[in-house]
Design a protein around this ligand. Structure first.
Ligand SMILES: [Zn+2]
Length: 479
């Protein structure tokens, strides 16, 4: 029988900063160019070429620091991290070690059950990315593409504060939303511009931390969750059969849904870190920090609070709608002038559902926010029923078209004329004597049957509230 294990997770997130040029040279950072076309003597590591720090990368690090309320070190140092790898032409990576630009901060994450958890951020430091090894196009050889070498990265290291895969995913999602709000990283996980390593270990509650395994290069929220779940089971099996965990680096194989050993984990001193003599310490002055502070947009937590107040939304709804800046902007345009909760239901229900099904992102949504707002207005002013609105939405989402024109040309206007509805009710009551008797004998559920019949007879156009009221009046009236 197994006693309880507590899982301990820390994440190291690499966010590629979306500067136009690399961190220590003027080469472009654009993705997808001809291999080795975005290179120069600095990022090719030619002898004598000297790095010059890109100030835009520094400002983006400052923005993140301010957004998570972190200590911002006025004095930080670039260090050489020495290791050999074919895609690292200098034989070292320029990073920050003892003195990173961003110190301790924190992120508050919202869990699905409505609870909140504060996750500590240990530090965030600036560094350069390595190149890429290409295996597929070369038989028996490896190609090296150095276009990515020197792309600026911000490595954001969390405290080992997460206790489940769900918490780790919530933290990663929050950080992802944040870098996108701040517009410091495009967040494209498939292209690797936002990726993470997960440190996972198990312990008995109250014990010191166990030995951890580091799972490298997870580039989707689902892979993070599955890799952690697999790793928990693997470590539990080893520990419960009396074995011990080896500190190592592991890879997650999504096709087989398992992690496997890549190499034994290096210790920091294996890298022989030392301050880079080619770069001056990075010194930040207050004016620069203040300038970045002034440029910060409204951040997700503040937006969530405001949505709850301004649109009368639940914490959950406001959380979903502010998870991404594009979605939040879209929702605000829809909700401008209509009831906030109704707008939220449409955006979170029909719209997100349709986008999901079509595999389309909100920024490419075929229905503009103005159009969806008009649709909601047509429900509010009782021109159409909610049911008809759903049909119109399906149509404009897939085929386009103008809402009012569709309503008019197809005769979808809602029937609110009480005498017309009453006439339909009379017919249906006359045609269904058995159900009428049943309802009057106490089978309340039959009301649904009658509502359905009237809606069918009106081709979905009768106003549902009026149908309900008139039906009840008519059915409860003794013959
Ligand atoms: Zn270059």
């Amino acid at each position: 029988m197994s006693m309880d294990w507590e899982v301990v997770i820390g994440l190291e997130v690499h966010a590629q900063l979306n500067t136009a040029t690399k961190i220590f040279c003027g080469c472009p950072t654009a993705f997808g160019a001809e291999p080795n076309s975005h290179t120069c003597p600095v990022c090719l590591a030619m002898p004598g070429a000297l790095p010059v720090l890109n100030g835009a990368a520094v400002d983006k690090a400052i923005a993140l620091s301010l957004a998570i309320g972190a200590e911002l070190n006025r004095h930080s140092v670039f260090a050489r991290k020495n290791y050999f790898y074919p895609d690292l032409p200098k034989g070292y990576q320029i990073s920050q070690y003892e003195l990173p630009v961003v110190g301790k901060g924190q992120l508050t994450v919202q869990m699905a059950d409505g609870s909140e958890k504060v996750i500590g951020v240990t530090r965030a430091h600036l560094e350069e990315d390595a190149g890429k090894s290409l295996h597929e196009a070369f038989v028996g050889q490896t190609g090296i593409d150095l276009n990515r070498a020197g792309t600026p990265l911000l490595e954001i290291v969390s405290e080992p504060d997460m206790r489940s895969s769900a918490e780790a995913v919530a933290y990663l999602k929050k950080l992802h939303a944040l870098v996108r709000y701040l517009e410091i990283c495009d967040g494209n996980m498939q292209e690797g511009s936002f990726r993470c390593d997960a440190n996972v270990s198990l312990r008995r509650p109250g014990d010191p931390f166990g030995t951890r395994a580091e799972i490298k290069n997870l580039n989707s929220f689902r892979f993070l969750e599955k890799a952690i779940e697999y790793e928990i089971l693997r470590q539990k099996d080893i520990l419960e059969s009396g074995g011990s965990i080896v500190q190592e680096t592991r890879l997650y194989d999504a096709n087989r849904d398992e992690t496997r050993s890549m190499r034994s984990k290096e210790e920091a001193n294996d890298y022989r870190y030392f301050p880079d003599p080619d770069l001056l310490p990075l010194v930040l002055d207050e004016a620069r920090i203040e300038k970045v502070r002034q440029s910060l947009p409204e951040l997700p937590d503040a937006k969530r609070e405001r949505f709850m107040q301004a649109y009368q939304l639940s914490a959950y709804d406001a959380g979903v709608l502010t998870a991404g800046r594009d979605l939040a902007d879209y929702y605000e345009s829809v909700a401008d002038g209509v009831e906030g909760k109704l707008a939220a239901n449409w955006v979170m229900g029909d719209l997100l559902g349709a986008l999901n099904k079509a595999g389309v992102e909100i920024q490419d949504c075929p229905v503009s926010a103005e159009k969806l707002r008009l649709l909601v207005q047509r429900i509010e002013d009782k021109t159409i029923s909610g049911k008809i609105a759903k049909e119109i939405f399906e149509e404009i989402f897939h085929q386009g078209g103008e809402i009012d024109a569709i309503i008019d040309s197809r005769g979808l206007r809602q029937i609110t004329d009480a005498s017309a509805i009453a006439a339909m009710i009379d017919e249906i009551i006359a045609a269904n004597p058995q159900q009428v008797a049943g309802f009057r004998a106490g089978k309340d559920k039959l009301l649904g049957f009658f509502v359905g019949q009237v809606m069918k007879a009106s081709q979905g156009k009768a106003n549902p509230d009026q149908v309900n009221t008139l039906l009840l009046e008519r059915l409860q009236k003794p013959e």
